[in-house]
Design a protein around this ligand. Structure first.
Ligand SMILES: Nc1ncnc2c1ncn2[C@@H]1O[C@H](COP(=O)(O)OP(=O)(O)OP(=O)(O)O)[C@@H](O)[C@H]1O
Length: 245
């Protein structure tokens, strides 16, 4: 896959005179994995909110393919194929891992998909493929409430994958995870990118290094630096405002 999927140009968000985003420009290619880092208040969450339609930019262009996202509501944007994973998982504890994935598949994108719904062999195969992808095949019939913190996060990523998003936004996925879970999460995100674009906001730089992806550093609502993790970690501007603190 190649070419941009997501295009932000000159995006500003002003809250009561405060510039949370300041002429931010960013392009995400098809199949790209991108890490976004930056100090507290840099505008990372606001950027995700603008992409998903939760916050309207004060100025600038936000496009997903040919769609102008600044004109669309959150549900329409989700239906276009943009999934977002928040920090707090929203899995159903009383249901099994398999049932959670089944439920995610049952939340169809449109009325035609809804009418066609049955747990067909194909749907079952998709659930099984997702279980394999998130590494939870052995836990398929355990209640989600029995999973570890990390496993719950992977299940939620799996639930988003059932909706087959073309762009997945992931907010601080490894907060509170063990080192082993963090490594597993990096491998999972590397695996799922390629077939879709994945944008990860994260504070943990060792995790970002494990992703091996291009990194964008935000500061005061604008892009401060962009490139490999080594490039941004050695960029004096980044050291000055972020890593050197
Ligand atoms: N609804 C709002 N009203 C007013 N100010 C806001 C609003 N949302 C965010 N802000 C401000 O905008 C700035 C950017 O916030 P944002 O949450 O996007 O940063 P962040 O990079 O995600 O930070 P963190 O790493 O702490 O999550 C912050 O100073 C925040 O206080």
């Amino acid at each position: 896959m190649s070419g941009p999927v997501l295009y932000l140009d000159g995006v500003s968000v002003v809250f009561d005179g405060f510039r949370a985003l300041n002429a931010l420009s960013l392009t995400i290619d098809a199949g790209e994995l991108r890490a976004i880092i930056g100090p507290n208040g840099a505008g990372k969450t606001t950027m995700m909110d603008v992409i998903t339609g939760k916050t309207r930019p004060t100025a600038g262009t936000v496009r997903f393919h040919e769609h102008d996202l600044t004109k669309l509501d959150e549900a329409t944007i989700a239906n276009l194929g943009i999934g977002r994973k928040f920090q707090k998982p929203t899995v159903f504890d009383a249901l099994t891992v398999f049932e959670n994935l089944e439920l995610a598949l049952k939340a169809p994108r449109g009325p035609i998909a809804c009418l066609r719904w049955v747990l067909s062999g194909e749907s079952r195969r998709r659930i099984e493929a997702t279980l394999d992808e998130i590494g939870l095949t052995a836990r398929a019939h355990d209640r989600a409430g029995l999973l570890s913190h990390g496993q719950r996060q992977w299940l939620e990523i799996g639930m988003l994958l059932m909706q087959d998003p073309e762009l997945l936004l992931v907010d601080e996925p490894v907060a509170g995870m063990t080192d082993q879970e963090t490594e597993h999460t990096a491998a999972l995100l590397v695996r799922i990118a390629g077939r879709r674009s994945v944008v990860v906001v994260e504070h943990d730089l060792e995790f970002v290094r494990a992703l091996g992806s291009k990194v964008t550093v935000l500061c005061e609502g604008a892009m401060l630096s962009e490139g490999s993790i080594d490039h941004v970690q050695n960029d004096p501007k980044v050291i000055d405002v972020y890593l050197g603190r």
